[in-house]
Design a protein around this ligand. Structure first.
Ligand code: NAD
Length: 502
């Protein structure tokens, strides 16, 4: 019998509520193609109720309720959530696997990161208590000025499907730490663990309305949330195309947005590397999470002198990656998230072949798996003018080309509309520094690819978006400064020009 996920409703104002129109949609396990449950589908009417609940929680009794609590008070809830995530780690990891297809080990790792991120922002919330009032030095003694750091207000958080609970946490934890109240709208392709986060918030007694979770389709629930005039800020992670719609909607009511969008990041391998280690990082950088990582280093540039040896090893090792049901022990590659993604990725591979790309390995559905949206890890030898070199695939597809000189590598790496990540592999520290400084991207890895820590800033340039998540930058995303200037002189003419002398 197919595994069934918990039956949940929308989480609004601290209560489970059926969607007003009563719509629900199926949850499909991408490894088996079976329907394993249903998720409530919110519409504009539910968004309205959720925004009201978040607003009330923010400004209850005309004061600023959640916003006026101390950082230490909010930190207690964040730590309680972290503890519950740790307690329920294996169950949450299993749900994540069933919902989005990532290997179980990786999902378990995500849950550790989720708990770690809530803990980290609990610490920053506590530290806020001593930082909320910062003096500003002025050139006139008659005045004193300081800035108050305040939570920005009610925030709309819209997230993608590749790291369902982790991407939500990167927004929820700093938003709540800052004193904002939030409406989280996870991806319709993987909402299950976000509803479990709601159940954890209920369990730890998070005050009603502080976090609301509405599941639903992008156009029915995400779009009205982004456009809502009483949502003070939208933090979005997803594709560049949807990011553009979110920004357009936010522009109509002049609200700030932060955008974490797509990528097509390069990995540059110089001839002096240890080839085995470089091959390992290259594979990790592209095939981790079934290749569905925004920062995947999916454009491989190898210096011509070592290209033959490097690619032979890379292809041999890639052919040996264990592809199976992601719940199986030692699975290294599971299915992609949905039938839609599966078809889109094969469409891109097929178009690349039509343009003359050579398939060095993969490029097809694995023969031993009859059901599920599996795609063999694929290495393509391409020409940088091809579409597949430029477009985000968001699947286990690595495109490879060669370069001769450092300058050529940098030019090829930067010749993209995206600017999320990049990796440089070489034993020469000076060369690594030169390349790091030349790459147009928000995150650079040196002699590695993909490690991510909640203390360090995350985000992209160019069409990969703007704003930074994680670290102190992530908290700043949810805060606003207010200038307070006071007249402190006893002399009524202590400043010039005085209004009465005008
Ligand atoms: P997507 O843009 O299709 O959807 C993202 C979210 O937006 C979903 O919750 C969806 O329901 C919602 N949405 C859809 N249409 C909307 C609209 N008109 N208004 C408001 N919300 C709407 O992205 P996806 O397919 O879920 O995720 C994959 C993309 O996310 C890739 O491009 C990937 O690179 C990107 N991503 C970026 C980062 C990062 O940190 N930069 C991290 C993870 C994923």
């Amino acid at each position: 019998m197919a595994f069934k996920i918990p039956i949940r409703q929308l989480f609004i104002d601290g209560e489970w509520r059926a969607p007003i129109k009563g719509n629900r949609f199926p949850v499909i396990n991408p490894a088996t193609e079976e329907t394993i449950g249903e998720i409530p589908s919110a519409t504009v009417e539910d968004v309205e109720v959720a925004v009201k609940a978040a607003r009330t929680a923010f400004t209850r009794n005309r004061g600023k309720y959640w916003a006026r609590t101390s950082g230490a008070f909010r930190a207690k809830y964040l730590r309680a959530i972290a503890a519950k995530v740790t307690e329920r780690k294996s169950e949450l990891a299993e749900l994540e696997v069933l919902d989005c297809g990532k290997p179980l080990d990786e999902a378990a790792w995500d849950m550790d990161d989720v708990a770690g991120c809530f803990e980290y922002y609990a610490g920053l919330a506590e530290a806020l208590d001593s930082k909320q009032r910062a003096p500003v030095s002025l050139p006139m003694e008659a005045f004193k000025s300081h800035v108050l750091k305040e939570p920005i207000g009610v925030v709309g958080l819209i997230t993608p499907w590749n790291y369902p609970l982790l991407m939500a946490t990167w927004k929820v934890a700093p938003a709540l730490a800052a004193g904002c109240t939030a409406i989280l709208k996870p991806s319709e392709l993987s909402s299950v663990t976000c509803l479990e986060l709601a159940s954890i918030c209920k369990e730890v007694g998070l005050p009603p309305g502080v976090l609301n979770v509405i599941t639903g389709l992008g156009r029915e629930a995400g779009a009205p949330l982004a456009a809502h005039p009483d949502v003070d800020k939208v933090a979005f992670t997803g594709s560049t195309a949807t990011g553009r719609s979110v920004m357009t909607a936010a522009a109509q009511v002049i609200k700030p947005v932060s955008l974490e969008l797509g990528g097509k990041s390069p990995i540059i391998v110089f001839e002096d590397v240890d080839i085995d280690k470089a091959v390992e990082w290259t594979m990790f950088g592209c095939f981790w999470t079934n290749g569905q990582i925004c920062s995947a280093t999916s454009r491989l540039l190898v210096q011509e002198s070592i290209a033959k040896e490097f690619i032979e090893k890379l292809v041999n090792w890639t052919k040996n990656i264990k592809i199976c049901d992601p719940l199986e022990k030692d699975c290294r590659l599971g299915p992609v998230v949905s039938e839609g993604q599966y078809k889109k990725i094969f469409g891109l591979i097929s178009a690349a072949k039509d343009e003359g790309a050579t398939v060095l390995c993969g490029g097809k559905h694995p023969e031993h798996l009859k059901k599920g949206y599996y795609i063999e890890p694929t290495v393509l030898s391409v020409n940088p003018s091809m579409r597949i070199w430029k477009e985000e695939v968001f699947g286990p597809v690595l495109c490879f080309t060669t370069f001769k000189t450092e300058d050529e590598a940098i030019d090829l790496a930067n010749d993209t509309e995206y600017g999320l990540g990049g990796a440089v592999l070489s034993k020469d520290a000076d060369l690594c520094q030169r390349v790091t400084e030349s790459l147009q991207a928000g995150i650079i890895w040196v002699n590695c690819s993909q490690p991510c820590f909640c203390q360090a800033p995350w985000g992209g340039n160019k069409r990969s978006g703007f704003g930074r998540e994680l670290g102190e930058w992530g908290l700043e995303n949810y805060m606003i400064v207010k200038q307070v200037t006071e007249y402190v002189s006893n002399d009524p003419w202590g400043w010039y020009p005085s209004p009465s002398r005008l």
